[in-house]
Ligand binder design. Structure first.
Ligand code: NDP
Length: 331
């Protein structure tokens, strides 16, 4: 079976030679272990940080070792109680066709009502990020104005829609193409949206939210964060979730240069990690699965086919080739 190894640490944008698809034997399960045939692999922005050799909240990938990440698949051999061949599971050994892992590190999922890939997106880590970030960290109140960047992506598209479902007065999103902007307005019910490549973010945000914003959900950093600090009202909140604009930058990151505005406006800027919010998992699953079933929550995926295209899918994600969650479907 094939698995992806990191061969070199990218300098700036990852290139094809930074990773290699390697043939490796599938290890037989020891007691307490499963063998899983992966059906979908997740590619996520945080993986770019793991390609660097720096200490962070997740350890770096090792050179010449398989990379890992979210995946869903089917049990093909089980030496663990409670797991049968054919069970669908979510686990952390992505970037490969077959995984041998401890059953304690796998979670059974139900592929009957929703596609299995949803557990990598709307019903998985990105979904919980959006839900917890907006509601627990952002403390959204009914009637408030929300701005979210990366709004057509996995997390951002859910932030905007959950905001509306929870009674936000006005929801504004930014994304990187006219087609994405149209999706936000026509499918996801955003009140306003703009393409950040068309004109400075601060200008476009001021036009979209002339009275200012109460909550900013930041997936991008840089000029987006600076614009949001300018637009936040007194006692506004910024949820610092991601800074994708700088993940491939080799120079010094951009601003915000206007941070001192936070003083007079008594802003709260709070970083968040989804792993801190496992306590909301049950509530999140129930509420979001309900909205999905009712058709009140729109959800899109960009599906790249074939394990051999996983690196392309990953770089494509960083370049904005996805609308909604980027996943890789295996044969
Ligand atoms: P997305 O599905 O949003 O995909 C990434 C998107 O980022 C691309 O589609 C692209 O869309 C956009 N993008 C890329 N470069 C830039 C740029 N220079 N400026 C603005 N937008 C850019 O990914 P996710 O939903 O999985 O993740 C969104 C963010 O949330 C990331 O920053 C990620 O690191 C973060 N995150 C944080 C977590 C946490 O626990 N803190 C957990 C999960 C995600 P476009 O065409 O619009 O440019």
């Amino acid at each position: 079976a094939r698995e992806w190894h990191l061969k070199a640490r990218p300098n700036g944008w990852p290139v094809a030679s930074d990773a290699e698809l390697v043939e490796a034997p599938v290890r037989a399960p020891e007691p307490g272990e499963l063998v899983v045939r992966n059906a979908y692999l997740s590619v996520d922005p945080y993986m770019r940080g793991r390609m660097n050799d720096v200490k962070s909240y997740v350890p770096p990938f090792q050179l010449d070792r398989p990379m890992d990440g979210g995946a869903v698949g089917y049990v093909v051999a089980s030496a663990a109680e409670g797991f049968e061949v054919g069970d669908a599971v979510l686990h952390g050994q992505g970037w490969r066709e077959y995984a041998t892992l401890r059953a304690a590190h796998a979670v059974k999922v139900d592929g009957a009502k929703v596609p299995l890939s949803y557990y990598l997106g709307v019903l998985g880590m990105p979904g919980l990020t959006a839900y917890a970030g907006l509601l627990a960290v952002g403390a959204l109140q009914p009637g408030e104005t929300v701005f979210v960047s990366g709004a057509a992506g996995a997390v951002g598209s859910l932030v905007g829609q959950i905001a509306k479902l929870k009674g936000a007065g006005r929801v504004v999103g930014s994304a990187g193409s006219a087609a994405k902007v149209a999706t936000l307005l026509d499918e996801y019910g955003f009140d306003a949206a703009f393409n950040y490549k068309d004109a400075p973010v601060a200008e476009q945000l001021a036009a979209a939210a002339p009275e200012g914003i109460d909550v900013y959900f930041d997936n991008v950093g840089g000029d987006h964060l600076e614009a949001a600090i300018g637009a936040l009202k007194v006692r506004g909140r910024a949820v610092l979730c991601g800074a994708i604009a700088q993940y491939n930058e080799t120079g010094a990151p951009v601003g915000p240069r206007n941070l001192a505005l936070a003083i007079g406006k008594r802003l709260r800027l709070e970083g968040m990690l989804v792993n801190d919010h496992q306590g909301l998992q049950a509530e999140f699953t129930e509420e979001v699965a309900g909205w999905l079933a009712d058709g009140r929550l729109g959800y899109r995926e960009t599906v790249v086919e074939g394990v051999e295209h996983t690196m392309d899918a990953f770089v494509g994600l960083l370049r904005g080739e996805n609308t909604g969650k980027m996943v890789v479907k295996l044969a």
